[in-house]
Design a protein around this ligand. Structure first.
Ligand code: JFZ
Length: 419
């Protein structure tokens, strides 16, 4: 069945911020001199830290540099429209004030503040949609949760976990912080269809407009989530999102400096948008509660482009019948407009084939400057060609956008096989 999340704000948003933040952030990727390989938020499981020892991290967790306005301000500067924060990851620790489990940031740490309440206020002020990640199946702290070490999964009383923790915590999250855009469920593992349905219905009974993400399990999510940085190879007819890291971990690791360049982030964003998807890009706050400067710098640089060229990003629809991929130009579209997002332009020209629609006008999107263009047709090869002349200096170093206003509401493309 075609996935349709039913929420226009999400379809229009196209770009969001993922935040992985929890007790694991305090460890920054190592514990007792051992470094975790791979993703940092899995440190408890990967290094087999006993529950009681992992719990004791809470006593030292004091991320006083956390500033909700700064997080939300960064999302705004980045051009992102929604924010998904880990309310509870697999480690079972609640990053908000939970009344049904004392294992939470307010009751178990010297920090004592509820960052989710602070973020909710900042998001409301800035017009950013607040959303939660919630690990509904894995809980390494509750005896009934999948992955809880001391009890084999086959012997888990998952019902007890659902009743004591998962369902009541979801209720808290959906009643304590105003309207929630979506809940990003994850790793359903062996959850039965009845359990996935129960969790989904529970969310909908409290906030009917809250979207239930792809990984609720048993095909019951309202949109499709891909793997980390993975773009579907074939067109996907429905709502989908790519969750993606900026380096090689979701939770902060002090030794992971493998940052993607602003250029590769932009390439991903535009490629995803052109194929009709949303891009959910992750940041991992450090032990002090700050988003690393290297992440913030990348997001701001990409954000400058996105803000000046928002028409080519937000509210865009899929352009999927363009017959091949261009190496350094990404097409996006929106009502009568085809956007040519290009990373480089030899001889100050864009020169490409197979757009059959008639162009009414060409402008440089960021400045509104009108551009000279020519369209030609070669009958022998049945090939349409477009040449757009660009100004000598362009506003952005990495990527710029030409806005083609077309006669057709949906662009018509030729096919390669006539060449
Ligand atoms: C999961 C989590 O285990 C991980 O810690 C992080 O939160 C990430 C966003 O989600 O990891 C997954 C789950 C599914 C896939 C990839 C990573 N997948 O389907 O490709």
């Amino acid at each position: 069945m075609k996935k349709d999340c039913g929420q226009q704000w999400w379809k229009d948003a196209r770009y969001g911020m993922f935040i992985h933040w929890g007790l694991y952030s305090h460890l920054a990727g190592s514990w007792k001199g051992r470094e975790v390989s791979g993703i940092g938020e899995w440190i408890m499981k990967r290094l087999e830290i006993p529950v009681a020892e992992y719990e004791s991290i809470a006593a030292d967790f004091n991320p006083t540099a956390f500033d909700a306005e700064e997080y939300v301000g960064l999302a705004v500067d980045a051009g992102m429209k929604y924010l998904v924060i880990t309310a509870k990851h697999h480690d079972g620790f609640a990053m908000y004030h939970s009344k049904c489990s004392p294992y939470n940031i307010v009751d178990a740490t010297p920090f004592g503040r509820d960052p989710i309440a602070e973020l909710a206020a900042a998001c409301r002020k800035a017009g950013i949609k607040l959303c939660f990640y919630y690990s509904q199946a894995q809980d390494w702290h509750h005896p009934g949760g999948y992955g809880y070490g001391p009890v084999p999964d086959e012997e888990k009383d998952f019902r007890r976990y659902l009743d004591e923790k998962c369902l009541p915590q979801l209720k808290e999250l959906l009643t304590q912080y105003g309207d929630i855009g979506l809940i990003w469920f994850d790793t359903p593992q062996i959850m039965s269809e009845a359990h996935s349905r129960e969790v989904r219905d529970h969310v909908k009974s409290i906030q009917p407009d809250c979207i239930v993400s792809g990984r609720i399990g048993n095909q019951l999510g309202e949109y499709m989530s891909t793997g980390d940085n993975r773009i579907p190879l074939l067109p996907y007819d429905g709502d989908w999102e790519v969750p993606a890291t900026l380096n090689d971990t979701w939770g902060f690791k002090e030794n992971d400096h493998n940052w993607k360049s602003p250029e590769s982030v932009l390439r991903l964003l535009l490629k995803i948008n052109g194929r009709g998807g949303n891009y959910l890009l992750n940041v991992g706050p450090d032990p002090t509660g700050k988003i690393p400067a290297s992440s913030a710098d990348i997001l701001r640089e990409v954000g400058a482009f996105v803000k000046a060229n928002g028409d080519a990003v937000y509210q865009t629809s899929v352009v999927w019948d363009y017959p091949y991929e261009l190496e350094s130009m990404f097409l996006t579209r929106r009502d009568y407009h085809l956007y040519l997002n290009f990373l480089d332009a030899p001889q100050n020209k864009l020169n490409f084939v197979l757009l059959n629609s008639t162009i009414k006008k060409a402008t440089l999107l960021a400045t509104g400057e009108e551009l000279v263009f020519a369209q030609s047709y070669t009958p022998a090869s049945r090939q349409h060609r477009v040449i757009v002349e660009l100004p000598e200096t362009l506003p952005f170093a990495v990527c710029n956008t030409v806005d083609l206003e077309l006669e057709d509401r949906i662009p018509v493309f030729g096919t390669l096989d006539v060449l």
